[in-house]
Write a protein that binds this ligand. Structure first.
Ligand code: HPA
Ligand code: ZN
Length: 346
């Protein structure tokens, strides 16, 4: 039987705060761009590429993800990728999106900052104008590279300062603690940029603490391993630090063995500002609504949790208070119009 909450999950207005735009490249588009740009892929077909999407951990995913991104060469490629994501997001009733990109992945292939950021930004502006989706772009540093490389990358981005709202930290977590990037995050803070970091996905809860205390981040991406540390869990709830959780990613990368073992309910019951996001939707089996559905199908989550999760997304967004409130009002109106049927609790 399909879960009666699916309609609400699908139709409620939502924000997406953790989505790597390179991770929205569908295999068909990877092959189309490879042809357009004369790039040779090490996969013979769309089916062969899809067959490689059987990950055992974060690194095994990253290897395939960086191979996929190798087809991005021209401004139009970055535009097409981002526009395809926005159309897909609109179908899932995403009304606000804060998306990541990895400039170093492109710089090291000779694709300059203006090309990548320009194409993404052009799509985001068109998304606002034509789809009514507000958005922000967050530049992520690759933690497997040096801090000096991250510092140089930030300087290269500064001529495009008005095209991004913040910085983040992604790629291989284990062995690359947040504190490795103290100086570049301090510089970003001095520039008035928002700061986020992946932490507590594969790495230990201590990485969540140093992301907060050393990097001064405003949100934690993933952060699900916080529940291994009761004091940290209590702190995240007390300080209302948002976690941008990605359920399908967590299962695909074996952070949890199965969705039924996901700790989302535990996070919500602890009072943590948890949100639902798609991470790398083309690789992990679905966009944001698929993440909501998989979570609600596997866990005893109810209508009030759907409301809470959607509300948390707007609360945690990097938006001015009035805009945030306008989105929450829209969410409230949606839930009022979809009143709980008699006899159904939740
Ligand atoms: N974790 C770390 N790095 C990433 C991810 C992720 O989930 N997606 C793309 N880069
Ligand atoms: Zn991520």
């Amino acid at each position: 039987m399909t879960n009666p909450l699916h309609t609400i999950l699908q139709q409620m207005p939502k924000a997406e705060l953790h989505m790597h735009v390179e991770g929205s490249l569908e295999p068909e588009m990877i092959f189309a761009l490879a042809r357009r740009n004369d790039v040779t892929l090490s996969y013979a077909s769309v089916a062969a590429l899809r067959a490689a999407y059987d990950f055992k951990d974060l690194q095994s995913f990253l290897d395939v993800y960086y191979a996929g991104a190798s087809v991005l060469l021209q401004e139009a490629d970055f535009f097409d990728m981002t526009w395809a994501y926005l159309l897909r997001a609109q179908a899932d009733n995403v009304v606000h999106a804060e998306i990541f990109f990895d400039p170093q992945t492109h710089l090291e292939r000779g694709v300059d900052m203006a090309t990548a950021i320009g194409g993404i930004d052009r799509a985001l502006r068109r998304g606002q104008a034509e789809l009514g989706i507000s958005s922000g772009l967050i530049l992520c540093f690759l933690r497997h590279l040096s801090e000096d490389d991250a510092l140089a990358t930030l300087e290269l981005a500064l001529p495009h300062r008005e095209k991004f709202i913040g910085v983040g930290l992604d790629s291989s977590e284990s062995g690359h603690p947040p504190e490795k990037f103290a100086r570049v995050f301090a510089r970003a803070g001095a520039l008035g940029l928002h700061r986020v970091a992946h932490a507590g996905e594969e790495g230990p809860p201590a990485y969540i603490e140093t992301a907060l205390d050393v990097l001064q981040v405003e949100r934690i991406d993933h952060g699900v391993r916080c529940t291994e540390d009761a004091a940290l869990t209590a702190r995240l709830a007390r300080e209302q630090v948002a976690l941008t959780v990605c359920p399908l990613s967590n299962v695909k990368l074996r952070v949890f063995d199965a969705m039924a073992g996901h700790n989302m309910l535990q996070l919500l019951e602890a009072g943590i500002l948890a949100t639902v996001n798609s991470d790398d939707p083309a690789y992990f089996g679905g966009y944001i609504n698929a993440n909501f559905e998989a979570l609600f199908d596997a866990l005893p989550l109810q209508r009030r949790h759907a409301y809470q999760l959607a509300r948390n997304g707007f609360t945690a967004a990097f938006l001015p208070p009035a805009l945030k409130q306008a989105y929450i009002d829209r969410l409230d109106a949606f839930f009022l119009a979809h009143a709980t049927p008699v006899g159904e609790f939740g």
